[in-house]
Design a protein around this ligand. Structure first.
Ligand code: ZN
Ligand code: ZN
Length: 459
């Protein structure tokens, strides 16, 4: 089976958008889970390469800076600092940091896209885009709002948070400019396009071999009946990595940038001296599979666009291994909301709290199969309950029969594998073992609490 193989599994943590700090809800989703799964895999002797980073180029960032009346780069610097502080305090480890502000990263992304256009892999096609009739902005991502064509929920031009479907100014029902309220006006533009339908056979192979939750499969199911869209990889807009040569005047679409960043980030970590598309693709010979940790609203991107970009770049085999998807985490019964200031910021909360207890509680209460709820009272009660177990002084009447300890530890260990990842089960089994004084030196506790993280290394 793949898990016994000696190849590298690339684990992808989504890069948080630099339009705010991370809150405890973010942490409870993909970030902590990916870190725990990576640590546990490495403790089993598997070769995993974890990619993390930040995301600077969605136009949500420029929108936020304009709303705050701040210089965009100053704002990015502030949120970037808070995000990386949260990673550090929460002990979120990674092997490669995808940094969109690094000139080498920008050159790599722009260079790969330009090369694919120059060598004919990515065609230039005349497409219909939409711009605002009033302010003239190209309507994409945060600049457009409308109703999801699939489920009718309100959505931006990225994806629907309700059902996970792909959304753009071209597919939304009743779209309008989210910045000034203006009406959309169709414009034709010649831009580089990834004709996803041309990759159907490869994508079907990716979906067949990957461990994907049912909710992701229902997003994919519609494409078994309808053609996959032509996806514009760059266009004229006011935010994003600038292009030159045949693509001068355009900027890279940000999900496209993310797709290329995974190819480059893993290749650069595996073979630091490799340079250019051909050598980066060769570095991927060491990779056995890719596993994404993400929210359901990004299903179109991690299950369709990113694998198609790897294929377009020349990675010869389907490498999707699966995805771990989470639901939203609530705070005292309500959705986290920056605008209503209903949030618990990860960097501030962790500055005053024991990171191990926060990690263990968020594992215990992980919003994996339903929207679970962070409450201050629940968190404090959990801390009081678990401390004696961690000190090796569990209450005597809480102990499970000693004959069950080995089974509890085995189940905890198995629950941290990528397939069927369930940290809430792992911590409950671990607690049963700890009730007898066993398990204090277990790999499960080290992974959940974030105790030690061996570096990415040899076989
Ligand atoms: Zn407008
Ligand atoms: Zn929808």
């Amino acid at each position: 089976m793949a898990e016994q193989s000696t190849g590298v599994t690339v684990i992808v943590i989504p890069q948080p958008t630099c339009n705010g700090p991370l809150h405890i809800g973010h942490l409870s989703g993909p970030y902590l889970a990916a870190d725990i799964a990576s640590r546990a895999a490495r403790a089993r002797g598997e070769r995993v390469l974890t990619l993390a980073g930040i995301d600077v180029h969605p136009n949500y960032v420029l929108t936020k800076a304009e709303n705050l009346d701040m210089d965009p780069l100053e704002m990015v610097a502030r949120f970037r600092g808070q995000i990386t502080t949260a990673y550090e305090l929460a002990r979120i480890g990674y092997d490669a940091f995808l940094d969109p502000q690094d000139p080498g990263y920008q050159a790599a992304v722009a260079g790969m896209l330009t090369e694919l256009v120059t060598n004919g892999t990515v065609p230039m096609r005349e497409v219909t885009l939409h711009e605002c009739a009033d302010c003239g902005r190209t309507l994409h991502h945060s600049y457009v709002v409308g109703k999801c064509a699939n489920c009718g929920e309100g959505a931006n031009g990225l994806s629907c948070e309700g059902c996970g479907a792909f959304a753009s100014a071209q597919t939304l029902v009743d779209p309008s400019c989210a910045r000034c309220g203006g009406s959309p006006r169709p414009v034709t533009a010649t831009v580089p396009v990834l004709p996803l339908e041309d990759y159907r056979e490869r994508l079907l192979a990716e979906w067949m071999q990957a461990e994907l939750p049912g909710r992701v499969r229902s997003v994919l199911e519609q494409y078994l009946r309808t053609p996959l869209p032509d996806y514009p990889l760059a266009y004229v807009t006011d935010w994003g990595i600038e292009l030159a040569g045949p693509l001068a005047g355009m900027r890279v679409d940000f999900p496209t940038e993310l797709g290329f960043s995974y190819l480059y980030g893993a290749a650069h970590a595996l073979r630091p001296r490799a340079n250019g598309l051909t050598q980066w693709v060769e570095a991927w010979n060491d990779v056995d599979g890719v596993w994404h940790f993400n929210g359901i609203d990004n299903a179109f991107y991690f299950a369709i666009l990113y694998p198609a970009i790897l294929a377009a770049c020349g990675v010869p085999r389907p490498l999707s291994r699966g995805a771990t998807v989470n639901e939203l985490y609530l705070l005292e019964g309500k959705k986290f909301s920056t605008s209503r200031n209903h949030a618990l910021w990860a960097d501030e909360f962790l500055a005053d709290e024991d990171a191990e207890l926060v990690r263990l509680y968020l594992s215990w209460d992980r919003p994996d199969r339903y929207q679970s709820d962070f409450t201050e009272a629940g968190y404090r009660a959990f801390c009081d309950y678990i401390r004696p177990f961690l000190d090796g002084k569990p209450p005597r009447d809480a102990a499970v029969p000693s004959e069950l300890v080995a089974a509890e530890l085995e189940r905890a260990d198995q629950a941290l594998r990528l397939i069927g990842f369930d940290s809430a089960l792992a911590i409950r089994c671990l607690l049963a073992a700890l009730s007898t004084g066993a398990g204090l030196d277990s790999g499960v506790l080290a992974a959940l609490a974030g105790r030690d993280r061996p570096a990415f290394g040899g076989r």
